[in-house]
Design a protein around this ligand. Structure first.
Ligand code: PNS
Length: 166
């Protein structure tokens, strides 16, 4: 039987427990998952691409044996080109709220225009994580708030180090 590979792309600046929830649940429906850490994103990331990828790698340790089915790939340029290089046609995106929908719907349509083989699968965020966003977590961390519930311990350390140094 063919191996089903999916790509979970994002900026991951930094990875949160919300991203990990999507990764876990995706692994229940695919054989292999490539977490694509994007260089070219509409955002201006706080962490550089290598730091973002390392933090994702470290979080995958939480998955136990399932971590073997996940690879982290940093990429520049178009997502559809990276997907083709990885032999994948399925993109995974998490949806937290209706406000995410318009942006996600447009991106899914554009990716499909760029490569007609590409399909996007939306996974609704869990009740326990739907309010988590990297943007707000960075703000809370910068202002000295508690973030243990939202990110892993090593992401917390990376955030604290960033804000102590800056
Ligand atoms: O986590 P994000 O920031 O919402 O992820 C956005 C991301 C990285 C998936 C998007 O910016 C992207 O695909 N970047 C790669 C460049 C690309 O293909 N852009 C066209 C998207 S229609």
């Amino acid at each position: 039987m063919a191996i089903r590979t999916a790509i979970y792309p994002g900026t991951f600046d930094p990875i949160t427990n919300g991203h990990m929830d999507i990764i876990r649940r995706t692994l229940a429906v695919v054989d292999e998952l490539v977490v694509g850490v994007a260089l070219d994103t509409a955002k201006t990331p706080m962490f550089d691409i290598d730091q973002r990828a390392v933090l994702v790698e470290e979080d995958l340790g939480q998955l136990g044996p399932d971590a073997k089915r996940v690879r982290v790939v940093s990429f520049s340029g178009l997502l559809v080109n990276m997907a083709a290089e990885q032999g994948a046609t399925l993109l995974i995106r998490g949806l937290r709220a209706v406000s995410d929908f318009e942006y996600e719907f447009q991106m899914a349509a554009l990716n499909r225009r760029l490569d007609a083989n590409i399909e996007t699968l939306f996974i609704p965020a869990s009740e326990s994580t739907h309010f988590i966003s990297s943007r707000f977590i960075k703000q809370i961390a910068r202002l000295g708030g508690e973030i243990d519930e939202f990110v892993s311990p090593h992401v917390k350390v990376a955030l604290q180090q960033h804000f102590t140094a800056s």
